[in-house]
Design a protein around this ligand. Structure first.
Ligand code: ADP
Ligand code: GN1
Ligand code: MG
Length: 338
């Protein structure tokens, strides 16, 4: 987007100082993120992906409610007319406080880092345990309903709108062979064995900001999917993204393994951050890890078959490559933790 347009959008928010520059930042797959530099501070400007999040009103209501409740350092900056987002011909925009002196990891290079990320996601759930889950909107329906994700894949394959199915038969078979697995968490909730809590639901390692000097977690970001969910899926989604030795889009499956030392560090951090997890939740944490990798692979595969309209991609097979890497993680976890 044109820099002047971006500056113009930034000026619609309640910020201090003259806007000097607006530059793209971050590696998210969903929103467009920009760093706004003014002569008296920095801010994060994001274009909300309204193809993914159909109701920006509900999305921003959730984020405002949760950040206020937690007294988070991450705060919504309102527009000059006190709105939670701005609408321009280019889309829907929100602004958040920029957390200075922080960084995000795309890869874990030290188990301590992963411990910190685990502690941050664990305490996120713990801090929100007093927040009434029913007050939040479901920003994406059935987000971690693995059965629903599986069925979406089956429907995509039936329609096969781009004739891509024939290039993904092995992956299809992989998913189908694990169909018996995918109801475990749903069934456990239905039987009342594990509680529905307010959870983050997108616990990738790069959604925690760490302090540049101390390495300690400063705050959890990317709150678009904060809604009622399961602690075990928040546990699992980070394992697939942080305990893997390969990139999320690693092309060589041999490079994708699970580092159990990293797994254990994250687990220790998560348990320390959320001391009220029930025995059953703790028992199901490995299942959460395996299922989140499977579900994420299924989602990448569905998007590949459907023509890449959900995740940002850089080349035509990108989602298929990502799917293969996730399925490697599933195999690894099946071997290592059952
Ligand atoms: P997406 O939904 O696209 O993943 P995120 O909200 O995770 O978007 O932002 C993308 C990246 O931008 C983050 O991984 C982080 O590096 C950076 N970022 C986002 N918000 C902040 C913030 N408030 N302070 C500092 N950096 C941020
Ligand atoms: C997306 O927004 P980002 O990049 O943090 C996705 C997650 C996936 C992840 C896979 C709202 O996360 O669910 O696990 O990509 N977020 C949404 O990398 O769909
Ligand atoms: Mg993100």
């Amino acid at each position: 987007m044109d820099n002047n347009d971006l500056k113009h959008i930034a000026k619609q928010f309640n910020i201090e100082g003259a806007v000097l520059s607006v530059t793209p930042t971050g590696n998210g797959h969903i929103n467009d993120t920009y760093l706004v530099d003014t002569d008296s501070g920095r801010y994060i400007l994001q274009r909300i992906n309204t193809h993914v999040f159909r109701s920006p009103e509900q999305l921003m209501y959730n984020i405002k409610a949760v950040t206020d409740f937690m007294h988070s350092r991450l705060q919504v900056i309102t527009t000059r007319d006190e709105g939670l987002f701005a609408v321009t011909p280019d889309g829907h925009w929100r602004m958040m406080t920029y957390i200075e002196n922080s960084y995000t990891c795309e890869r874990i290079d030290d188990p301590e880092q992963f411990y910190e990320i685990g502690r941050a996601y664990g305490s996120f759930i713990y801090e929100l345990s007093g927040f009434p889950a029913g007050d939040l909107y479901e920003t994406i329906e059935g987000f971690h309903d693995t059965r629903r994700r599986f069925e979406q894949l089956m429907r995509a394959c039936d329609a096969d709108p781009f004739g891509r199915k024939k290039t993904a038969l092995k992956e299809m078979r992989f998913a189908c062979e694990r169909e018996r697995d995918i109801d475990v968490l749903n069934d456990s909730v239905r039987r009342g064995e594990i509680p529905v809590r307010v959870t983050h639901n997108d616990t990738k390692i790069n959604n925690v900001l760490l302090d540049r000097d101390t390495g300690k977690a400063v705050c959890v970001i990317d709150l678009d999917t904060v809604m009622p969910g399961l602690a075990v899926t928040d546990f699992g989604d980070a394992i697939r993204s942080g305990a893997s030795t390969g990139r999320e889009d690693e092309e060589d499956p041999a490079k994708v393994t699970i580092d159990m030392d990293l797994y254990r560090s994250y687990e220790a951090g998560f348990l320390a951050g959320c001391p009220d997890l029930t025995e059953k939740e703790i028992e199901l944490m490995p299942v959460g890890a395996r299922l989140m990798a499977l579900e994420c692979g299924i989602r990448f595969l569905t998007d590949y078959i459907e023509g890449d309209h959900y995740f940002k991609t850089e080349y035509p097979e990108h989602n298929l490559v990502r799917c293969r890497a996730q399925f490697r993680i599933v195999e690894e976890l099946e071997t290592l933790i059952g």
